[in-house]
Design a protein around this ligand. Sequence first.
Ligand SMILES: C[S@@+](CC[C@H](N)C(=O)[O-])C[C@H]1O[C@@H](n2cnc3c(N)ncnc32)[C@H](O)[C@@H]1O
Length: 223
Amino acid sequence: MNPRSQQFYSIMARGGLRRGRAIAPEGFGITPEELSRPVTSASLFGNDAPLELEVGSGKGTFLVTESQARPDVNFLGIEYTRRYWRCAADRLRRNDQDNARLVLAEAVTFIRDHLDDASLSGVHVYFPDPWPKTSHRKRRFVQAEHIELVAMKMRSGARLRIVTDHAKYFAQIDKVIRSSSLRVIDFDALAAAADSQEIVGSNFERKYRREGRAFHTIACERV
Ligand SMILES: C[S@@+](CC[C@H](N)C(=O)[O-])C[C@H]1O[C@@H](n2cnc3c(N)ncnc32)[C@H](O)[C@@H]1O
């Protein structure tokens, strides 16, 4: 392809080239600017199926597998790293996964500005970045204010599940959740995306499992 051609520029603008083909997550990878507010199952998927959110989808392993296994549920992933967003959205596109979308956005801002109260049927937070340096702790997703925001967006009976390998972050997560308006419940394994022996079947779970790391889990629901 002539690198100066219009086609070249338009492919690069949509995500670049890999192995001679365009990586363009058209339709599956979306930006907040493309969305009307509030974002609902009806606005995004054209139906009224329950809507579940994944915060920090990474390369999309959980999003792809869980949405395949549960076709009656709509899944919206949020990912703010462009290269992961592009990769995960392209996986959805290749699977023609019509009940899942991935938005390129910072999670707290997106949840606050784009979602209606009581609109979510489930929330998944798997291996959130631990930000181990003390000066970076305020960047953690799980903190009291953010969890109350998420709780507000959950409908009654909706469940929030969190898994991490990071013991110190888990101590904070446990404290935040137990002091929140959400009720702690048993963490039941998500058989849909997980293989036997796995908890959720995300990319980081698989990577850390190979390294023999221990996992910490908590689940809670909106009463
Ligand atoms: C450690 S990875 C885990 C990815 C995936 N959940 C898994 O278990 O394989 C954390 C991911 O969350 C994304 N992330 C972290 N903070 C975020 C935020 N505030 N908004 C959106 N994405 C975020 C990162 O870019 C990264 O891809």
